[in-house]
Design a protein around this ligand. Sequence first.
Ligand code: MEV
Length: 447
Amino acid sequence: MSEVVDEGLPQVQPGTLSSRLPGFHRRTVDERWRELALRGDVSPEELQVLRALGAPTFDVVNQMIENAVGVFALPLGLGLNLTVNGRDHLVPMAVEEPSVVAAVSFAAKVVREAGGFTADADASMMIGQVQLTRYGTPEVARSRLLAGREHLLALANSFHPALERRGGGARDVQVRILPAPEGPQGEPLFIVHLLVDTKEAMGANLINTMAEGVAPLIEQLTGGRVFVRILSNLADQRLARASCRIPLAALADFGLPGEDIAEGILQASRFAEADPYRAATHNKGVMNGIDAVAIATGQDWRAIEAGAHAYACRGGRYGPLSRWTLEQGHLVGRIELPLALGMVGGPIKVHPGAQLGLKLLRVTNVRELAMVFAAVGLAQNFAAVRALGSVGIQKGHMALHARCVAVTAGARGVDVEKVALLLVERGSVKVDTAREILASFQEVPAP
Ligand code: MEV
């Protein structure tokens, strides 16, 4: 830790667990790294990983996918102030959209002052699906199959003895008989669900191995023919929930009383409840936060997205993943969604950034990880609906977007902030305007 000096930084106790890092956004990136190292969030070796993240070695990515020709980097920021079930978490977020990190940090600060988020998560129960066809009479096939339940579970577990040793494994076999889709009448669909507790793993690979592995026995038991064998991303046996409770007075802002801000949030919630067009955008806001932390911790964010949106549609109509109500003088927010996450396996093993992301989050197991994700989603949604129901989001967005526009126009270093400010002042956050402003800097020599 020899190169870590505390000059110019607030006094920080090594090992401090707080997610409050006042003034973090005003520091240079070197100062931010030093602060993390001083707090003990990253070791000297991890600091090197963090510094090198902008240019991960090609060897790493070449192990991850086929035909690799380069690395596509995303900004990595830290969401601050988050407290979930009384524990603080720094939230690594990989995201290209300005204002996502600021919004989650802001929302988490408001909620923290109101006691923080409360969250819980189910066990890691995943579903593997096997599609059986040409099975004859559905009810006969069902009873033959279920008579072989113990045999099927034992066979599934034989493919992953290590999972069983860790207390997980195949737990149940269920049958769903679904009406044939419209068109020339065929047999009803006969879908076997294999329920597997994947413990600390997301579980895609092991579920797929088990689903493929039990297929011949399913055919043997029923006399049918199996086609598709794959996990389901609608991981509705693996839900996470978070909630928060904010006194109305704590919501006052923009010169508006807390009651007004709360009403805006409640109206936004009603809107999302009633209208799938709005619910899609509402949920996009939720996923802004969840995807960012998913990417930064090496999760399969497409699986999370697929699960979240399918769950949002579970009643047959697309709805919001989070809801806001008024309860005894408090604004109460609740979110529930499937979160199939992993702390082991997949890219987590190979990608040093994913390992570091998990370390920064300071979670001890995958259920706690899911609780943090759910809280991040709710925080992100709070920030969005709070702005949407009051002053609108463009003001805040534009200030941050202006910095990107300034960079696109060629501004560098201190000019970025200067150009961004002028763009906002002129009310024209456009690349052409930024170019004009930059050109005007060159025309007028500094005194
Ligand atoms: C923008 O990325 C996300 C929002 O549209 C979410 C929402 O409308 O709730 C602001």
